[in-house]
Design a protein around this ligand. Structure first.
Ligand code: HEC
Length: 106
């Protein structure tokens, strides 16, 4: 096998790895959104089948990942500080933030 072919196979392998990590984050994020994070009780997000009406409609807000991460960590008004209270781990907050940022408005 030529070096070029080897390099190409390695490239394909890493693409596959990043793809599966992203798919995992999406399903973990959705699980947290409707489960442990209770986001669906207060927010509407079509992709998650959530119709909560206490907080803003996430499909309209279309927040960035950093925006979600900040508010889930620190809380805001009625919304609990999931990070500071330890309700969600930093890894869980990453997953739910990635999920919301990627699926809002879809
Ligand atoms: C008890 C109800 C409640 C729960 C549970 C809740 N939120 Fe919220 N959320 C709110 C309210 C209310 C606001 C608006 C606060 C304000 O701006 O006064 C808000 C705001 C937000 C915003 C917008 C922040 C901004 O930059 O304006 C995002 C994004 C968000 N929530 C995501 C989430 C996610 C993700 C979860 C689950 C981990 C969650 N929320 C759980 C009530 C809730």
């Amino acid at each position: 096998m030529t070096l070029l072919k080897k390099a190409f196979l390695i490239f394909l392998f890493f693409n596959f790895l990043t793809f599966s990590v992203k798919a995992d984050l999406m399903s973990e994020g959705k699980e947290i959104f409707n489960g442990k994070g209770m986001c669906m009780t207060c927010h509407t997000l079509k992709a998650a089948g959530a119709t909560g009406a206490v907080g803003p409609v996430l499909d309209e807000l279309k927040p960035t990942m950093d925006q979600v991460k900040k508010v889930v960590t620190e809380g805001i008004n009625l919304m609990p500080a999931f990070g500071e209270s330890g309700l969600l781990t930093p890894k869980e907050i990453d997953a739910v933030s990635f999920y919301v940022a990627k699926s809002a408005g879809k």
